[in-house]
Design a protein around this ligand. Structure first.
Ligand SMILES: [Zn+2]
Length: 239
């Protein structure tokens, strides 16, 4: 009974001094409460620290390789006075900056300026940095009437499913600003060799007058970069 009385009264009257005999039991408990709370707080603190560590372990920095297509002696597509290598570098740097500003993410560029980097070297740079995603940025050439973006993934490898999910997110994000196709039948070297979820994004056709004008503008390049970044973010949030 004392225990019942005590626990009932403790809930109801802890600290209520005119409670007679019950208070004697309560006093003992109430007197211990600060220590109990201290121990509880210490316990909770330890749990919080442990949880923090496990969160950190769970949410380690995700390194994302951003690959600006072409460079140096390889200009890529050339049209309307534009060279693909310059557009890809500008957009890729923008995507990398957005990634680096996001806590928990880190970008590694496969080239930082206008120099030639071989395809396998690009993949090696990503791998050495511990990249968990590989995003290659390009601009396309085709018929003058063609004016859309395309997101490519490798069809037959062990990362194909994850690559497709990444491509789906980036495609959905890009579709808010331009028509975008998701093509699952590419066999590009960087996609084949990346061995992590990888996509190659043709951001538009520089052979189309309107798209060439857009792709040359810093404002549109930034919109593309933001769309790519949001797609990556969305993919990572669902992992
Ligand atoms: Zn290209």
């Amino acid at each position: 009974m004392i225990n019942d009385e005590c626990s009932d009264s403790r809930r109801a009257t802890c600290g209520y001094r005119s409670h007679g005999r019950v208070f004697c039991h309560l006093k003992r408990h109430c007197g211990k409460l600060p220590w109990v709370w201290t121990l509880l707080a210490m316990g909770l603190g330890l749990v919080a620290v442990a949880a923090g560590h496990s969160r950190l372990a769970h949410h380690r920095i995700v390194v994302i390789a951003i690959d600006p297509g072409h460079g140096g002696r390889d200009p890529g597509a050339v049209s309307h006075g534009l060279q693909e290598k310059n557009i890809t570098l500008a957009i890729a740097k923008d995507v990398a900056a957005l990634i680096d500003r996001h806590g928990g993410l880190q970008a590694v560029l496969t080239r930082h300026n206008d120099h030639y980097v071989g395809l396998l070297r690009r993949v090696a740079i990503a791998r050495q940095a511990g990249a968990q995603l590989f995003i290659s940025i390009h601009a396309d050439a085709g018929k003058p009437s063609w004016d859309w973006a395309t997101v490519y993934t490798q069809e037959h490898d062990r990362t194909a499913l994850a690559s497709d999910r990444l491509a789906d997110e980036i495609t959905a994000s890009l579709r808010r600003i331009e028509r975008t196709d998701h093509d699952r039948h590419a066999n590009f070297v960087v996609l084949r060799e990346a061995r992590v979820p990888a996509v190659l994004i043709e951001t538009g056709y520089i052979t189309n007058t309107h798209q060439a004008h857009e792709l040359a503008s810093a404002r549109f390049q930034h919109r593309i970069a933001q769309a790519v970044f949001r797609g990556i973010e969305s993919y990572l949030s669902q992992k």
